[in-house]
Design a binder for this molecule. Sequence first.
Ligand SMILES: [Fe+2]
Length: 266
Amino acid sequence: MKILILWDIFGRTGRRMVEENIGALRTKYTPDFMIANSENITGGKWPIEKHVLAMKDLGFDVLTGGNHVFSNLKDSGSVFSDPESIQIRPANYLELREYPIPGKGWRIVEKNGQKLLVINVMSNVFMYDGLDNPFQSIDRILSGFTEKFDAIVVDFHRETTAELVNMAYFLDGRTSVVYGTHTHVQTNDERIFPKGTGMITDLGMTGPLWSSIGHTFESRLPQLLTGTKLFGPKAEQVVGEGVLTGIFVEIREGRCVHIEKIRIQE
Ligand SMILES: [Fe+2]
């Protein structure tokens, strides 16, 4: 199974980079499945319905998310309500019967006789303290399935690098690929663990190159200079020259046999 995974598609420039490059990437890699992270796809915020549907039209099978999950809730439309929505969100919110959380934390896709499971979890280190432990959460999710998958892919949305590499060790041999998202910086450490789990600490960002992780430097600097948000203008997306990042992986009998970084810069 061949999977193309593009990362954190940020705003208008991110969407343009995907639209302009996806044809050539599909020709080059002939992927069976395509995945992307879309938590910033709508102006640096969680996707609205039309952007999820546009990604589906381009051939994406699953979109994962992160800490911006409910930032566009009022415009989410079918993003959460449609059981066939390709958009998932972190699985490890502390759901209660009286407080149901919109959306799903994993998605199964079947195509051409191959079955793929994609799971999204999020860290509670430097992010949200209240989340369920992501290691225990993914352990429970995996043990809950009795069916077999041809590949299992995990998006671990987190801030620290150590967590990701430990997650890859923890899941080695039980999942095909584990990667980090959230920092918007592609790391140079892709490798395959001994029992067959491919990993990369962070996939990076598909969005505006000359930006502060997608936003204007002018809107970020006052906070960094003063330590408060008193003086900064509202975070504003950059529209301009772009960068596209991701990975291409090949899976055989559930194990990763090839992992390759992708980076296209204008
Ligand atoms: Fe994030």
